[in-house]
Unconditional design. Structure first.
Length: 226
């Protein structure tokens, strides 16, 4: 381990030779030491023997930048966590590091990075559990709280499933905006003849209703998975 100020002062020949040798030894050892060199220069190296990290001085000569970790027991070098991958122009293209689980779970991050199989599986599970119909939802009998010719909006944060049973010649309709309606069942049934049960999925923010004259029961049963 050796460090030097790399300034050869006027001195005797033997002292100058020793001073030069010390400077060369510092260069050969990357200025290794337990603390940073006292005299620093832009872009100089320092091997921090306490933490086994090779560092380089920034061009402003104001701070040290970690370059790589060297395991002295195994002789193996390791890339430091949160090392950025960049293009030849310096633009970030990826990250060698451990991103927060929230970044993976939301699925919105665009920075390429390493991910463990466990974290990837967790992100997939979290995403599908939060967006798949049926997970964490329950069937609810809403027959008593639903009326014909009334539109209902899915105000939950998840898609829901609706099942309606009717013996009337009435349509079941759905809409993405509450104004333009699409019939998914034109004729539910016929009194004293037959009845139909229709099931459908309503995305978040979409609307649904059953239409028909109100002088008779328009539907017999209405259940929702929400």
């Amino acid at each position: 381990m050796s460090q030097h100020d790399f300034s050869i002062a006027n001195q005797t020949a033997s002292s100058a030779r020793s001073d030069i040798n010390n400077g060369l030894q510092a260069l050969a050892s990357n200025n290794s030491g337990t603390s940073a060199p006292t005299t620093t220069y832009a872009n100089m190296f320092w091997y921090d023997v306490t933490n086994n990290i090779l560092k380089v001085r920034n061009e402003a000569d104001s701070s040290w930048v970690d370059v790589i970790y060297i395991n002295q027991s195994t002789g193996v070098t390791s890339i430091l966590n949160d090392t950025l991958l960049v293009s030849s122009g310096g633009s970030t293209t990826g990250l060698l590091g451990d991103q927060n689980a929230s970044v993976w779970n939301t699925g919105t991050g665009t920075t390429e990075s390493l991910v463990s199989p466990a974290k990837l599986a967790g992100a997939i599970s979290t995403y599908f559990n939060a967006n798949s119909i049926g997970y964490g939802q329950s069937w609810v009998d809403v027959t008593g709280s639903r009326s014909p010719n009334t539109s209902y909006e899915n105000t939950t944060s998840r898609p829901i499933q609706v099942i309606i049973t009717s013996a009337r010649a009435v349509p079941v309709q759905v809409s993405s905006n509450g104004s333009t309606w699409v019939n998914i069942q034109n004729r539910m049934g016929e009194p004293n003849a037959y009845r139909n049960t229709v099931g459908f999925i309503i995305p978040v923010g979409h609307y649904y209703k059953i239409s028909g004259a109100t002088n008779y029961p328009v539907f017999e049963h209405w259940a929702e998975l929400r």
